[in-house]
Design a protein around this ligand. Structure first.
Ligand code: HEM
Length: 213
């Protein structure tokens, strides 16, 4: 029920599972991936034909193909999986599941930690709470871990789509040479490593200076 509220803001909505999406669920009006793949193929072919007829000035046939395309356009991206295993449309469940849980556990930990810190600051005895200060110090890396885990949730969870239902990754790959990607990668690596070193130095010198009191 909670998931139904989260997804649809009502308590009795049907939340499809992976099997419902892959194999379809007639009762709930969900078509299977294979049906969407077939329908998407019709859309891709119709678009190709439309362009051909339009170029040759055959308006009647162009209109016909456009109408076919319009009927199937919501499944367009699925068409690229024609002849392929529909299970390829499922993202890596374990990876998104565990990354999400790591992120949320850390997020909850931060809420508890900040509440404790806030309480101690109000009571004006934060300096004497050695354990809490140590926990706070050791929690610094967790912020980075949570961010990376969140990013994994977002990136892995959206697979295999570049644009949901319209453009799958297999159709979105650009023709750039591998070496230009490598050059950009190493440039970013150098810039961000330099920035990281600078940031660590600044943080360490701020820690050495200590607080104003
Ligand atoms: C109770 C705690 C949290 C909940 C419920 C939560 C929920 C979510 C959800 C649902 C997403 C996926 C969004 C999407 O792509 O659709 C997400 C992404 C993300 N989360 Fe969290 N999150 C929590 C804590 C945190 C914390 C503590 C951090 C970092 C310190 C964090 C960093 C991120 C990042 C970087 C993304 C990826 C954003 C993107 O690239 O689109 N999250 N979070």
């Amino acid at each position: 029920m909670a998931l139904s509220y989260l997804a649809f803001l009502q308590g009795d909505a049907f939340v499809p599972g992976i099997n419902d999406l892959v194999h379809g669920n007639k009762k709930e009006g969900i078509v299977s991936y294979q049906e969407r793949i077939n329908s998407g193929k019709v859309a891709i072919d119709a678009l190709g034909n439309y362009i051909k007829f339009k170029k040759s000035g055959d308006v009647t046939n162009a209109e016909k193909e456009l109408a076919t395309f319009r009927t199937h356009e919501n499944d367009f991206g699925y068409g690229y999986y024609f002849g392929k295993d529909p299970h390829m449309l499922i993202p890596n469940v374990k990876m998104s599941f565990y990354s999400f849980h790591i992120m949320v556990i850390l997020g909850t930990w931060f809420l508890v930690l900040f509440a404790l810190l806030f309480y101690k600051i109000i009571k004006e005895n934060l300096e004497n709470s050695k354990t809490l200060l140590r926990l706070t110090l050791w929690s610094i890396p967790f912020g980075y871990v949570a961010s990376q885990a969140g990013w994994i949730v977002a990136e892995v969870g959206r697979q295999p789509w570049t644009i949901q239902n319209l453009l799958p990754n297999i159709a979105a790959v650009s023709q750039i040479d591998a070496y230009s990607v490598q050059i950009t990668f190493f440039l970013f690596l150098i810039i961000f490593t330099t920035l990281l070193i600078a940031e660590i130095k600044i943080m360490l010198s701020a820690i050495k200076k200590g607080s104003a009191h």
